[in-house]
Design a protein around this ligand. Sequence first.
Ligand SMILES: [Zn+2]
Length: 237
Amino acid sequence: MKETLAALYSLQQLDTALDTIKRTMATMDPGKRERVAYDVAKQAHTVAEQHLHSVQANIRDTELEQKSVETKRANEEKLLYGGTVRSPKELQSLQQEVEMLARQRATLDEKLLEHMEALAGAKQAEAETRHAHKATAIALKAKQEEYKQNGEVLTQQGRELFAQRKQAQSPIPPDLLQQYEKLRSANGGIAVAFIIDGTICDGCRMKIPGALITQLKETSRLLHCDNCRRILVYYKA
Ligand SMILES: [Zn+2]
């Protein structure tokens, strides 16, 4: 029975270590904060990029409009000063047309200037958000790598403990093993408690009566803590 008790105790230690690994894995951070920062930075860069493209498109459109107005004006001026048109009415109409085109050109010049000013800011915003996006991508990748590596280490440790557990439970009779599992699930994972300082149950921290301590020392029967019902172990081996 002493061997069985020792086996139960080592099984308990292995299960406690396995539980710790499970808990650690469950609380491991896969980079939630880094993921949020990355998503936000990515979105900001997309917006800045779209804005830059729209400013660039505005510039192209305005330059095309300028060209078309200039071509029209050159043609009208050719007619106006070319000497082929002689009717004063027609000449006056051409003159008005040329003036209107000149005003259009001036408006387009102003518009282009505004677009150019917007371009500098848009380029800067695109560059800044691009760099921020890249930085958050690097941070996220590093965190994910760390998470993966830690996970692999813990998984490996878990595998080793599990193999040891299989060995540790082999000398324990099935009905006792069942009792152990029941106690474990009812007592926060701890079914076997060691006596600390010669009198205290390590499971519930209550003092064990002297008579029970004497029994523990002398018999090899399975004894339970009166308070928490855990299996008590006086000698570790
Ligand atoms: Zn107890």
